[in-house]
Design a protein around this ligand. Sequence first.
Ligand SMILES: *[C@@H]1O[C@H](CO)[C@@H](O)[C@H](O)[C@H]1NC(C)=O
Ligand SMILES: *[C@@H]1O[C@H](CO)[C@@H](O)[C@H](O)[C@H]1NC(C)=O
Ligand SMILES: *[C@@H]1O[C@H](CO)[C@@H](O)[C@H](O)[C@H]1NC(C)=O
Ligand SMILES: *[C@@H]1O[C@H](CO)[C@@H](O)[C@H](O)[C@H]1NC(C)=O
Ligand SMILES: *[C@@H]1O[C@H](CO)[C@@H](O)[C@H](O)[C@H]1NC(C)=O
Ligand SMILES: *[C@@H]1O[C@H](CO)[C@@H](O)[C@H](O)[C@H]1NC(C)=O
Ligand SMILES: *[C@@H]1O[C@H](CO)[C@@H](O)[C@H](O)[C@H]1NC(C)=O
Ligand SMILES: *[C@@H]1O[C@H](CO)[C@@H](O)[C@H](O)[C@H]1NC(C)=O
Ligand SMILES: *[C@@H]1O[C@H](CO)[C@@H](O)[C@H](O)[C@H]1NC(C)=O
Length: 803
Amino acid sequence: MDNPSHGRHCSPPRLVHLVASAVLFLCVAVTPAASHHGGGPDTGVHRNFLVIVRRPYEYDTNLYKNVSSWHASLLASVCDMAKEAMDKDPASVTRLLYSYRNVVNGFSARLTSEELEEMSTKDWFANAFPEQTYHLMTTHTPKMLGLMGGEGRDGEGVWNTSNMGEGIIIGVLDDGIYAGHPSFDDAGMKPPPEKWNGRCDFNNTVCNNKLIGARSFFESAKWKWKGLDDPVLPINEGQHGTHTSSTAAGAFVPGANISGNGVGTAAGMAPRAHIAFYQVCFEQKGCDRDDILAAIDDAIEDGVDILSLSLGGTAGADFSEDPVSLGGYTAALNGVFVSTAAGNIGPNPATLANGAPWLLTVGASTTDRRFAATVKLGSDDELDGESLSEPKDYGKEMRPLVRDVGDGKCTSESVLTAQNITGKIIICESGGVISTAKAKIVLKAGGFGMIIVAPEVFGPVIVPRPHVLPTVQVPYVAGQKIKAYIQDEREAKASLLFKGTELDTPRSPMMAPFSSRGPNVESRGILKPDIIGPGVNVLAGVPGVVEMVLEPNAEMPKFDIKSGTSMSCPHLSGIAALLKNAHPTWSSASIKSALMTTAETNDNTKKPISDVDGTQATYFATGAGHVNPKKAMDPGLVYNLTAADYIPYLCGLNYTDQQVNSIIHPEPPVSCDKLPNLEQKDLNYPSITIMVDKADTVVNASRAVTNVGVASSTYKVEVEVPKSVTVEVLPEELTFKELEEVLNYTVSVKTASVPDGAIEGQLKWVSKKHVVRSPILIIPGTGEDYDTTAEFFVCKPCMFPSD
Ligand SMILES: *[C@@H]1O[C@H](CO)[C@@H](O)[C@H](O)[C@H]1NC(C)=O
Ligand SMILES: *[C@@H]1O[C@H](CO)[C@@H](O)[C@H](O)[C@H]1NC(C)=O
Ligand SMILES: *[C@@H]1O[C@H](CO)[C@@H](O)[C@H](O)[C@H]1NC(C)=O
Ligand SMILES: *[C@@H]1O[C@H](CO)[C@@H](O)[C@H](O)[C@H]1NC(C)=O
Ligand SMILES: *[C@@H]1O[C@H](CO)[C@@H](O)[C@H](O)[C@H]1NC(C)=O
Ligand SMILES: *[C@@H]1O[C@H](CO)[C@@H](O)[C@H](O)[C@H]1NC(C)=O
Ligand SMILES: *[C@@H]1O[C@H](CO)[C@@H](O)[C@H](O)[C@H]1NC(C)=O
Ligand SMILES: *[C@@H]1O[C@H](CO)[C@@H](O)[C@H](O)[C@H]1NC(C)=O
Ligand SMILES: *[C@@H]1O[C@H](CO)[C@@H](O)[C@H](O)[C@H]1NC(C)=O
């Protein structure tokens, strides 16, 4: 029998009492036992579906008060029991999970397969998608957790007395928020702007002028993940959501640190912006598609300016089925800037999520901060690593150094005990269990200290965690040297040296190994990710540190380091808030353009940003480059787009009318036959991607730039491409007379042969004051049927002739 507490959440409690028997027995039945009461079409298993309604059936406002009562009537037409309940009270149809108003023309409902079949014969029915789970973009193992904090990249001189994001509302969809965190203190915050129309479902006192809204969306999730309600609801204390929210817009908190490291004043990118929190994800489980859609539906009406979505589905999801692109389009239509995470399943190609051109897709890179620690061997060799596990009174003396004689990963206490590691330092490979669990095993077995070897794919990147015994985490290469030393030396010994927080690490930023890479499977003609930002070892607020072992009476730390594109996304959300504050009339596309055309392509050693294997990172990893907030405030020119401009682009992608109309809802429906279809290369995007499928061809791409810099200004074009291609730009000079003036240009790309890999170049419009840079990517093929295993998409030389 269905738990009545579920019913309580399906409809307002008042209604449950009134119509309990009808609703619970007839329309909410989920178990076979309960379905006996229903009979007819109500037998069988109910599953959650997103039902897309065909466009011509705009509801009759004389008949239905609102879109929800109309959707209820559509549902009732296939579910007799629902009809019965609805006749009594239309709002009581608990089978209707969500009725969407903005993001999509449809609803989410619980249906049996028979009902679905019957529904599919209705002329109003367009499509139904079974429930689907999306994921937060932090890696689940603490392998990828790390640090950045207080100072670092924050602000970079953008902040001033009139702009720290004041008056901007950032909507964060995530797994929960710890409202009592000092990052959400509202000292000095003004009340939200008048347009704010959202609400706070915490107890009255919890929301304030910083955290202005908090809601939870779980109507769909609760049916597939039993036991979600109760202690965790209405809103969890989310690890992930507290971290992302405080990264985007956390207040200044002095003395932030993790295990005494990285001490500094923590702050989000826009410390005076407001946060509206929408819980759509559940730790360990994920985020339900229909709950995500419902949250975006409401956030748009609530009046958020920015949506920060550190979540996503699989690479190459169809834009018409994906909640982030469906909701993101409607958000863009309403002037809401949408920042999304690219995903954490790199470094393989074609792993990227959230590839729609109306979204900002953010990859992750390292920061220049390390928690330095060194392993000093008996041979006097020193191998650098990182550590968050510095013991209080730690002597520098050498101790015996051994390796795990079991699987090498230090996963078995009995093996280590038999080996007798008492008083020794042991080296452990990655894998098996998380490193903090290894530390506990090693400690129990009597070990003195631990060296953890990072996976090879991480290159020099280390994501340190606090461990229960002295631990240094070293890169794979260093680990191999230590192991070779143990092999060769009968009496191997080592000491662990802890050096504390170091800044200005050379070759920063560097690509994060896990950051998902292009090409953008769903739209290969649009380069993604758009940009990269800090996403490795980012220090931000948490309810408490996972796996932290505290001394008695010690206070649980409220800051921790985490890694993922989930962490880089809210950096860009916060920076977009600063841009929006400074330029309230700019469109979302213009803000994105400003971020992209001013991004850095070099690291702090003035060399091109590198990947973890030491090679130059490709555009499929970095997009336009690493965000530079200060330059983005004043980009000179922008590539502007309206939401409607994406329609001919979608037609050009060969989407069906139904798919296009599903995405652009609530814009009036279109028919692609009657529109000029736009090729991807001609979308007025800040990066330029050219596909070449024939030898000896010229491909033209057109662009339009809007002057937002100096009213009277002249820009000259500079193009850098490898010798194998010729690029001509017409005109070569753009002379603006006023602000907001729009001028067009054409890029003609000539290639002698079809390239056998991606060719990278760049185009810059240069004036006295500004450099407006677009990456140029030239790839083989037509854009159809991307084979994700095709090796030739891995960019090989990727060098500018000038390097
Ligand atoms: C929609 O209309 C129904 C009555 O037809 C009402 O019960 C319900 O509260 C309305 N919903 C909204 C969101 O206004
Ligand atoms: C703050 O920065 C914005 C944008 O960069 C600028 O327009 C404004 O004049 C600055 N205000 C002050 C007080 O410096
Ligand atoms: C909200 O307030 C009620 C009544 O005071 C209390 O029972 C409940 O535990 C509170 N909930 C939270 C999340 O603080
Ligand atoms: C383990 O090694 C330590 C130090 O080398 C030694 O004192 C101890 O007796 C050994 N224990 C066993 C059970 O062999
Ligand atoms: C580090 O954080 C702890 C709380 O976790 C705090 O008690 C301590 O004062 C902080 N250290 C510094 C140097 O600010
Ligand atoms: C871009 O286009 C939008 C919509 O037409 C317009 O409101 C905006 O002023 C334009 N310019 C900029 C810089 O965003
Ligand atoms: C769309 O279809 C046309 C005609 O079949 C084809 O030439 C074009 O390459 C297709 N575009 C994409 C992006 O698949
Ligand atoms: C490409 O642009 C050049 C220069 O603007 C023009 O001469 C040529 O006709 C164009 N070619 C195509 C295929 O549109
Ligand atoms: C720029 O191109 C657009 C269409 O792509 C056209 O409508 C507009 O008139 C052009 N502007 C100028 C100044 O040529």
